[in-house]
Design a protein around this ligand. Structure first.
Ligand code: PGA
Length: 240
């Protein structure tokens, strides 16, 4: 039995202000990650059992840093989760493992749970994918000052699946998530890449997954509500 976690990543999209109170009551651990512009409206309108997530955090809180938002300020807005290492930031901003690890440290110091994204950039066989993911994880581990994977949620997001409309095959996700589960002690393992209300039930059959990181489907509250309802009705779901 599982306590599922689903994080909804709005990326750079703004939703209508009434989006937040349209979401269903749910027992699923649900994390809403709007842009910084809507953190406050989300904070005021989300039902009590929802968690607020950010999509980025300042690298080094000791420095004045124009345009950035520190982990301690995220905390003041009740942000309890934060996505780090998303492939879009790794690719377009060249975010390095050292920077990602530094952000993780900032977050952990403020009791915010990092959601660390990893994923191969092109379609590879299972073994090469595992080697790719392992290197990404080890690069983070080497740059972290603590042995703290148990406080980090990992999201496996094969880059070619993101925004493609085609989630990865269950068998492949199973291989990667089993590898992660057997070799590292992350608090939770999520899958991301074109998850929506039509495919999430099938993806739930992957043994070691604890939930999803959802991008595009987040923007429609009906899709979000359907995903949450499907997860709570699943046989594997437990309230604990
Ligand atoms: P997607 O995005 O669900 O639109 O594929 C997932 C992500 O980028 O986290």
């Amino acid at each position: 039995m599982k306590k599922y976690i689903v994080a909804f990543n709005f990326k750079n999209n703004i939703v209508e202000d009434d989006y937040f109170n349209q979401l269903v009551n749910t027992e699923i651990t649900t994390i809403i990650c709007p842009t910084f512009l809507q953190i406050d409206v989300a904070k005021q309108n989300l039902k009590t059992n929802y968690f607020l997530g950010a999509q980025n955090v300042q690298l080094n809180s000791k420095k004045a840093f124009t345009g950035e938002i520190s982990a301690s300020n995220l905390s003041k807005y009740n942000v309890q989760y934060c996505i780090v290492g998303h492939s879009e930031r790794r690719n377009y901003l060249n975010e390095s493992a050292k920077q990602i690890a530094s952000k993780i440290t900032e977050l952990l110091n403020c009791n915010i749970t990092p959601i660390l994204c990893v994923g191969e950039t092109e379609q590879l066989n299972d073994e090469d994918s595992i080697n790719f993911i392992n290197k990404q994880v080890l690069d983070i581990k080497l740059n972290l000052p603590c042995d703290c994977f148990d406080k980090i949620c990992i999201a496996y997001e094969p880059v070619f699946s993101i925004g493609s409309g085609k989630p990865c095959k269950n068998e492949h996700i199973n291989k990667i998530s089993s590898f992660i589960k057997n070799n590292y002690n992350f608090s939770n393992i999520l899958y991301g890449g074109s998850v929506n209300e039509n495919n999430c039930e099938k993806l739930l059959n992957v043994q070691h997954l604890d939930g999803f990181l959802v991008g595009g489907a987040s923007l429609n509250f009906n899709s979000v509500n359907k995903i949450l309802n499907l997860l709570s009705n699943s046989n594997n779901f437990s309230f604990k």
